[in-house]
Ligand binder design. Structure first.
Ligand SMILES: [Fe+2]
Length: 180
């Protein structure tokens, strides 16, 4: 279950209220146990392509179900940590800029953790997601993403279009292609 804190009031949403809170703010959330993927792969800092495929395959049935339900046509695995991501701090600078997308930003956390900060229905709140959390930031939602101090996340990303992920930054009046 993610941790949710409202910005401004700094109010933490009680765990029992989180499913309703996300639903009321139009955010799709699911929890998938991560055990289908071997811990040795989940916890490895750098992954070869066949190891990435092994992780994706472990969640095949849920990925297929979700893709059918929401029209996702592709997915991949993103690995962010200081050992395997040399430009991590630069990437994070981009992720931390408030932006929105024309498609949902769907992430399933396989390992590690990250924080999405979203503005929905006039509320700005941060959602700290950890292994097993699947979150969908709805298209058009102003948001940004950052890592926690552990600087480690592995996440499956699902995409609705062939163009993939385009970020529209709030501080720029232009379309920029974010690093994938
Ligand atoms: Fe985004």
């Amino acid at each position: 279950m993610p941790k949710i804190v409202e910005q401004g009031t700094n109010r933490e949403i009680p765990a029992s209220d989180i499913p309703a809170y996300l639903k009321n703010h139009g955010v799709h959330y699911e929890f998938w146990p991560v055990d289908p993927a071997p811990a040795s792969l989940r916890q490895k800092s750098g992954l070869a392509l066949d190891e990435q495929d092994a992780i994706l395959n472990a969640f095949k049935s849920d990925l297929e179900r979700l893709s059918k339900q929401f029209g996702y046509i592709s997915h991949d695995l993103i690995v962010l940590n200081p050992e395997s991501t040399p430009n991590l701090e630069q990437l994070l600078k981009n992720f931390e800029r408030v932006h929105r997308h024309t498609e949902d930003e769907v992430r399933f956390i396989v390992d590690g953790e990250g924080i999405f900060t979203l503005t929905r229905n006039g509320d700005t709140f941060s959602v700290t997601v950890t292994a097993g959390d699947l979150i969908s930031v709805p298209a058009g939602t102003e948001h940004y993403f950052t890592l926690t101090e552990t600087r480690n996340v592995k996440a499956i990303r699902l995409f609705q279009t062939k163009e993939g992920w385009v970020a529209l930054y709030k501080d720029e009046d232009e379309t920029a292609h974010a690093s994938r």
